[in-house]
Structures are given as C-alpha cells and as structure tokens.
Write a protein that binds this ligand. Sequence first.
Ligand code: HEM
Length: 193
Amino acid sequence: MKSYSKIIVFFLSLWPIYLITYQIVFNQLGPEPVDRIINHFGEWTLIFIFLTLSMTPLRKITKSLEWIKFRRMLGLFAFFYASVHMLSYVGLDYRFDFEPLINDVLKKKFIFIGFSAWLLLIPLAVTSSQKMVRLLKQNWKKIHKLIYVIAIFGVLHFIWLSKTIFFKPLIFLILLIILLLFRVKITKSASKI
Ligand code: HEM
C-alpha cells in the first residue's frame, strides 16, 4: 500500500497534462490558444505550490505522517509545471527569441516576479533528494522555507497580471494567508517545546 499511494498521486499529478492534451486534440482551447496554454500551466503551478505547502498542516490536523511522503513529489511537479509554463511563454509567445523576453522580465513587474519565483524553485528542485537532505542538514530546512516566498511571489504575479484581485487571485490570496498563518502557528508551538 505504501508505494501504491505514491504511484496514484504521481498519475493524478499528471492531470493538467491529460486535460490540456484533451483540449488540444478536441480543439477546445478557445480563441486564444497560446494564452490558454500559458495560463493553464501557470494556474496549475500555483495549485501544486499550494498542495506542497498543505502537506505539513494536513499532517498536523490528521496526526498522520502519510502526507509528508508526497511533499517532495508535489514540489517537483510544481517546478515541472512552472518550467512548462515559462517555456510555453518563451516558445509559443516569442518563438524562443530571448531579447523581448529579457525586456519583458525587466519592464513588466508581473513577469519579473514570476521569473523570480521560477528561479527560486531551482535550488529547491536541485536539493530535493534524500541525499541532499543528509548533506545539507539544518541548511536544507532553511533553503526549503523559500517555498513560502515562492508562493507569495506566485500570488503577486497572478494579482498583477490580472489587474484585479477578483476572483481567482483572491481565492489564492486567501489560501496563502491561511497557509502562512498555519506556518506561524506551527513555528510558535515548536518553539514552546
Ligand atoms: C512559480 C512561478 C510561476 C507561477 C506560480 C505562475 C503563475 C501564473 C498564473 C496563476 C497565471 C494566470 C493564470 C490564469 O489567468 O488563469 C500566470 C500567467 C502568466 N504567467 Fe506565470 N507563473 C510563474 C512563472 C512565470 C514565469 C517564469 C513567466 C515568464 C517568464 C510567467 C509568465 C506568465 C505570463 C506571460 C502569463 C499570462 C499569460 C496571458 O494571459 O497572456 N510566469 N502565471
């Protein structure tokens, strides 16, 4: 059972790929297919960042260690979807012409913050293995706290690009606040021990 649950979560995590493939094959991407693909992967990146952040609160609430074994996989999926999101923007919007991309990163604050979030995900992905946990010891925890900064950047990216907070960005903002409050609560109760 132990390894089956991981396999199930792995295949469920591929849902965004099944979904977009279906929409491409059955011509359901709407009038702006490129934007649809970029937005699809952007939204799923944020969902996977939030799923990763939810594992520790779920462990506390349910008093079950089961959740923690999915955390690394979900985090790697967040990095994977962020990279597909970024590459579909660079590849489909700019045909891999990096000059306008660099201009966008420097001039548009929502691209700048999205790009920063993606850059910050790299050290987390690189140090996600068990070997790295052992090698980095206490520093590993410090590095992986970056996921909170990434979540904040991701939500800001969404709010700024939407130019309004209603409604999806607001939902993500509320979820972010709940997860951050959990983090503060967990840190406080750990410091009391
Ligand atoms: C952790 C990193 C990132 C997260 C969480 C993220 C998240 C999102 C979300 C939630 C959306 C809006 C989806 C919607 O409207 O339904 C979006 C759109 C977008 N993102 Fe990102 N993003 C990230 C990184 C990046 C990077 C690195 C770039 C480019 C360098 C980028 C460029 C864009 C663009 C251009 C759009 C708007 C597409 C359009 O409507 O035309 N994002 N992103």
